[in-house]
Design a protein around this ligand. Sequence first.
Ligand SMILES: Cc1ncc(COP(=O)(O)O)c(C=O)c1O
Length: 390
Amino acid sequence: MNVIYLDNNATTKVAPEVVDAMLPYLSEYYGNPSSMHSFGGNLAAKIEQARQSVAALIGAAPDEIVFNSCGTESDGTAIRAAIESNPDKKHIITSRVEHPAIKNLYETLSKKGYRVTFVPVDNQGRLDLDYLYDKLSDDTAVVSLMWANNETGVIFPIEEVSREVKARGIVFHTDAVQAVGKIPIDVNATGVDMLSLSGHKVHAPKGVGVLYIRKGTKFFPYMIGGHQEKGRRGGTENVSSIIALGKAADLAKQHVDVNGYEAIKKMRDRLESTLLAGVTNSMINGDRENRLPNTTSIAFEYVEGEAILLMMNEHGICASSGSACTSGSLEPSHVLRAMGVPFTAAHGSIRFSLSRYTTEDEIDMVIEKMPPIIERLRELSPFWKQAMGH
Ligand SMILES: Cc1ncc(COP(=O)(O)O)c(C=O)c1O
């Protein structure tokens, strides 16, 4: 059975060109870039080339790019650097819909004496800007907000927020793990101090990430060790994956530059409108205007997301649900709860996330298979019967 992979916000296929680019650095050229001999030392130039590619993708200067292991490391490093460079400030701000990489770190910091503000969102997943601006104070060490939400695709107005936050002299970090490669990103237009991205979301392998650090930003490394990455991240470089990420960044830039995301958006919109028309009691979670072009979170009321996923799986269709198993019971995700999505809709929410490898035929197949799946599950659902009055 062919797999129809519509779970690209979870992870992406490594692009074939990326595999080709990285393989020689796993087999033939396995040296250590810090070595004195040229067999290893020559690899340093390859890393610099990859750094330039990643920098070009987000409008940064190459020496503002620090390679590390993943988006989670980037997020953690940024927040820790911000609070360490402002030791007298004890207030930190984020939103209620962040990825666990930020959410759980902030919760941990709140137990360590930090005052934490989680800015609410409305029922479309849009940030409450007045609430945010009202909370900025001289005691605020850092504001961290995701560029785009991994579950709904909703895009926050990062440029505007960055301007307000920076005007108050507060460090601003953005988790752009889901945004990079899907929409144009320019760190200078937005003025962010730090930005996180992750290789495996942009058709590079897992285990490589980047923290962008604006020149002049006070920084303390999280991984203290050797002189790698100019002392900003110790540890022997993951050479093959860094080279892979460089290649993936080149491809992503081409894709974004030629409005490649328009083609993805068209497919996403077709999937979405056909499913909404074909399945009663279904709706989109999140602001349809300001959304990633590849993402749709659709709530199918009165059915269980996990059951939908299992039936989709029988047809080889991969997606994600809007709930997670917490201590034995299915809980709607914190994102959908923060948006106030009713329980009956949050439970049956499915996230479809497309990529440049998604085809029209695959979308046709999903459009064909989904309505009978929902219909079958509703026949079995006591909640559906109750809601429909029979
Ligand atoms: C918004 C967001 N931030 C951070 C991460 C973590 O990235 P990584 O898996 O590279 O640690 C993810 C991954 O799903 C994400 O979607």
